[in-house]
Design a protein around this ligand. Sequence first.
Ligand SMILES: Cc1cc2nc3c(=O)[nH]c(=O)nc-3n(C[C@H](O)[C@H](O)[C@H](O)COP(=O)(O)O)c2cc1C
Length: 304
Amino acid sequence: MTDLSVNIGGMSLKNPVMTASGTFGYGSEYAEFVDLNRLGAVGLKSITVEPREGNAPPRIAETEAGMLNSIGLQNVGIDAFISDKLPYLKQFDTRTLVNLSGRTVADYVELCGRLDGTEGVHGLELNVSCPNVDSGGMEFGVDASMLGALVEACRGATTLPLIVKLSPNVTSVVDMARVCESAGADGISLINTLLGMAINVETRRAELSRGMGGLSGPALKPVAVRMVWQVYNAVSLPIIGMGGISTTEDALEFIIAGASAIAVGTANFVNPRTTMEVVDGLESYFRRHEIPNLAALRGTCIVG
Ligand SMILES: Cc1cc2nc3c(=O)[nH]c(=O)nc-3n(C[C@H](O)[C@H](O)[C@H](O)COP(=O)(O)O)c2cc1C
């Protein structure tokens, strides 16, 4: 029997396949296509203290090998999340990783406190890497001292597994991961979207209303794999790898680079059953190669 179970900083998953925040709604949107019981964990859309409408359209644009988005953290807010969205997820035998975003340290601390001990919440993921809002989000993820202070404050506000989702829009992602480790994080998610831009040459207008947005999808994958590999070799925290995963082979690349779990994002929009196909594909790969468990494959990349 292949054992695909894995523990991410205290959150035990039956398999390493998760959904990436913002690409899977609150779970119910995909229930027609995906058996949520078969997911290791459901990664949920960023929640903020107050509900948010997000940015004006157009806020998504297709690119050659992926997409740009500037959704701007549209969400129902923490109160409606707890009362209207979380109860639905409790019926499934899976884990929930609730993604949090804020403008200030106090916002994040409030969200951590509200969810600490809330039934049905198994882990928290701090989004310190959103490129699509004017304040908060990525500001924390690109400044080492702000990041350290934020993670430390959140650590003090929750006993739940605390995962920090890092931005690729930095000079050294390893430095940021080290800061998270020292500040008491239980794991690292890598990566959020890469800042990008596209222009319609007929109208000379930027494709997105805010000009810039976050690039996701297959174009991102080699950057994400590289960052997972670098961080795996520098810190001992478990890593949730994401960025362009749309097949089993993509997921395996991240695990071999050092990821303990993986998340499917943009691919959910192309094929809503991607996560199920990856679960099946991982099971058959592990059987075929007679690999007993995830730890036996994780971080085994040969270089040179
Ligand atoms: C439409 C869209 C919305 C997203 N919203 C969020 C979000 O609310 N919070 C967050 O942490 N990441 C968000 N992300 C980033 C994804 O979770 C993921 O890190 C990124 O897209 C890379 O993975 P992918 O290439 O598989 O999509 C969003 C991505 C997309 C495409």
